[in-house]
Design a protein around this ligand. Sequence first.
Ligand SMILES: *[C@@H]1O[C@H](CO)[C@@H](O)[C@H](O)[C@H]1NC(C)=O
Ligand SMILES: *[C@@H]1O[C@H](CO)[C@@H](O)[C@H](O)[C@H]1NC(C)=O
Ligand SMILES: *[C@@H]1O[C@H](CO)[C@@H](O)[C@H](O)[C@H]1NC(C)=O
Ligand SMILES: *[C@@H]1O[C@H](CO)[C@@H](O)[C@H](O)[C@H]1NC(C)=O
Ligand SMILES: *[C@@H]1O[C@H](CO)[C@@H](O)[C@H](O)[C@H]1NC(C)=O
Ligand SMILES: *[C@@H]1O[C@H](CO)[C@@H](O)[C@H](O)[C@H]1NC(C)=O
Ligand SMILES: *[C@@H]1O[C@H](CO)[C@@H](O)[C@H](O)[C@H]1NC(C)=O
Ligand SMILES: *[C@@H]1O[C@H](CO)[C@@H](O)[C@H](O)[C@H]1NC(C)=O
Length: 756
Amino acid sequence: MKEAPLLMILITFQVTALSATSSGLPISLPGCPDKCGDVSIPYPFGIGKGCAAASMNRYFIVNCNSTFQPPRPMVGDPPATAEIMDISLEQAEMRVYGPISYNCFTSNTTVMDNNTGGFDLVDTPFIPSTTRNRFTVIGCNTMGIIGGYTHSNPDLYVAGCYSYCQGINSTSNGAPCTGKGCCETTITPNLTDYAALLIINQSSVWTFNPCFYAMLAEVGWYSFRQQDLVGRLGFIKERAKRGVPLVADWAIRNGSCPKDGAKAPFGYACVSSNSYCVDAINGPGYMCNCSEGYEGNPYLPRGCQDIDECKLNKQNPNYEELYPCKNGVCRNIPGGYVCKCGIGKRSDGKNSGCRPVLTQAEQVVIGLSVSSAVVIALICMLAMRFQRRKYRKEKDAYFRKNGGLKLYDEMRSRQVDTIHILTEKEVKKATENYSNDRVIGCGGQGMVYRGTLDHDKVVAIKKSKVINDNCREEFVNEIIILSQINHRNIVRLLGCCLEVDVPMLVYEFISNGTLFEFLHSSDCKSVIPLDLRLKIATQSAEALAYIHSSTSRTILHGDVKSLNILLDDEYNAKVADFGASALKPINKDDFIMFIQGTLGYLDPESFVSHHLTDKSDVYSFGVVLLELLTRKKPIYIDNLDEQKALSHTFVLMFQQKQLRDILDADIIEDEVMLVLEKLAELAMHCLNPIGDERPTMKEVAERLQMLSRIQMQQVTTPNPIRMHYTYGELSMSIQSGGMKYQSSDTAKLVLDVDRL
Ligand SMILES: *[C@@H]1O[C@H](CO)[C@@H](O)[C@H](O)[C@H]1NC(C)=O
Ligand SMILES: *[C@@H]1O[C@H](CO)[C@@H](O)[C@H](O)[C@H]1NC(C)=O
Ligand SMILES: *[C@@H]1O[C@H](CO)[C@@H](O)[C@H](O)[C@H]1NC(C)=O
Ligand SMILES: *[C@@H]1O[C@H](CO)[C@@H](O)[C@H](O)[C@H]1NC(C)=O
Ligand SMILES: *[C@@H]1O[C@H](CO)[C@@H](O)[C@H](O)[C@H]1NC(C)=O
Ligand SMILES: *[C@@H]1O[C@H](CO)[C@@H](O)[C@H](O)[C@H]1NC(C)=O
Ligand SMILES: *[C@@H]1O[C@H](CO)[C@@H](O)[C@H](O)[C@H]1NC(C)=O
Ligand SMILES: *[C@@H]1O[C@H](CO)[C@@H](O)[C@H](O)[C@H]1NC(C)=O
């Protein structure tokens, strides 16, 4: 009889697990809204610059206009924007409300209303889908044309169709658009720029048909109605108030899928594991998809998650097809599932059948083992309760030992309210009990876990190795120092946990790993452009300059290295790990003992004198600059299999004017040699053996800012394109209702009217 409660517990347990994981996977960056109104906005799209993959294409930025209720997502540069209807990741499609061209007449000679609609999609990731759209024209006795350019061809592209009907009764509602009242045609791929035009012989305008329309619209959306011919703009006012649905294919236009074995291009978008790359079907570029058996967003790190086939609900219309393991025990495995017949069942040889094979005796044995399991569970629960009481006392002791009280006092006196003190329980929950899956790094000082706090905030939790009692006070100092730093290029400390033997720190989560991995990871070495290296160097230098001089008291980092510079999803640098940091003494005669540091980055002067100074950080930063310039590790193995110190070989090569031989071949180009030489000089300056002769971090940062500007100026802006159509006497400039045309170069479209 005791089996019933146990069973209940098991069942409820399973149900809660189900609802926790089957809820939607994140589709946007952490902390970013994933919806605007009713429309999902999946990354690489995002609401606002920080939430979109703006570095891939700025038109991935969506503007959520909340003047409307519900708010409406808009894409494009205001005022030439288009409203998004929906975005599909799997099909790499986006539906927008597209523009309509129209001409209305009051008599056979007077134009009352007109509009020319089109899109300029140059530089955007969008190209109108050829399979999902048709160019559609509505009217009697009119020709509609679509004109524009494709990215692969300098010639003007023109296509069109003619619609004719002598009276309203020669048309019929719902008829396909084959020429009576409306006509349609397919369009070319690769169209980056188009406008729809109407060509109407004004002397043969029927009195019953005042308005004519032309548009690119989703296949199947338009069905012919006689009212559309007879009313004045009735079609727009009734059926296309916000525009006509238009399907655009989107892709990551810059770059292509890496060929087998080739290194991934820089900024490669398919970042999720269990994802693959597909060449774009329309236009250049590529798109990403989750591998079979996975679902989610392939453009986000860890975006593709295993589909738990075993949790498919019977209510699912595709249940039979998707879940063939009907009578068996389904076990989910990454990328699929296995179907096993449970204990006492045996496969009937077919995919879906398991039949019982239990004998009476077997059933008794199973019954017995279940009841003894209940007894054991009860004993364990009692034992745990005793343990827990002892444990709570220990926790309080640790909190005191780790300076928890001092921290509380300090925080109260300095009114620090940015630091959150977590309980051990919260940390355990956030890291799923220090699950191995959540380890994102482990180094000399301890392990780093990815944690999820309440409200889905993703953080990095650093669990230090055991520290001795003298250090505990310094540890609390460090928390207080860090809590006062607020700089966009320094990793933010969000909280700490003192209830455990070794204190833990909670930092903001930086998604793209360390600069060290970025530069030196051996798998998939992609080219890193010079601009980006300059940006990372500048931002790191600014962060160090800030802690050296901008805070109320100078803070020395003490362990500057590429492993301590993190990169976010836009490759912004964030300086991390202030474990070795110290406040510079106010008294001139005091000094800071040089305690830590990493081989390859050690300032020889501090090493000898045992004094840590701000110039020690400058020296170490010089080595980071060398890594950025050469893409070699500070201690590397050369061609002759010998261990070399980068700071030593670089100086030699520089003095022997053999710079090109040691710089990273990927960035050597004649136009940038000047910048590279200046950078090398700056690094040499930082590596000066005499600390006093090195520049300050502030000077280094200013120098780098200047070099970034020089490098930026080499990027030129492309000329805008303008279109102008001429038809007989009729000539019109294109003023699209959508993403705007803004140019003056003329392309003439002269149609031979007599041949129509
Ligand atoms: C939102 O839409 C309204 C109406 O079209 C427009 O006037 C306004 O400028 C838009 N706001 C933004 C922020 O785009
Ligand atoms: C991605 O995979 C899904 C399911 O396998 C498929 O329907 C879709 O067409 C794929 N998308 C692309 C862009 O290949
Ligand atoms: C459209 O209307 C404007 C004025 O409303 C007029 O100047 C222009 O010629 C018209 N275009 C066509 C093609 O009728
Ligand atoms: C169209 O047909 C309807 C009846 O089917 C008739 O009443 C109407 O007069 C016709 N209109 C024209 C313009 O021929
Ligand atoms: C325009 O219509 C009027 C009658 O409404 C007619 O007299 C005139 O000839 C027509 N003009 C042309 C160019 O067809
Ligand atoms: C316009 O239509 C009239 C009468 O139907 C015809 O005489 C004239 O040639 C046409 N003009 C053009 C440019 O097609
Ligand atoms: C696209 O690639 C070209 C050349 O590879 C580069 O110059 C340009 O900056 C890239 N554009 C973006 C938006 O990444
Ligand atoms: C479209 O562009 C792709 C990639 O540049 C090219 O391979 C293809 O031939 C083009 N197709 C047409 C019809 O222009």
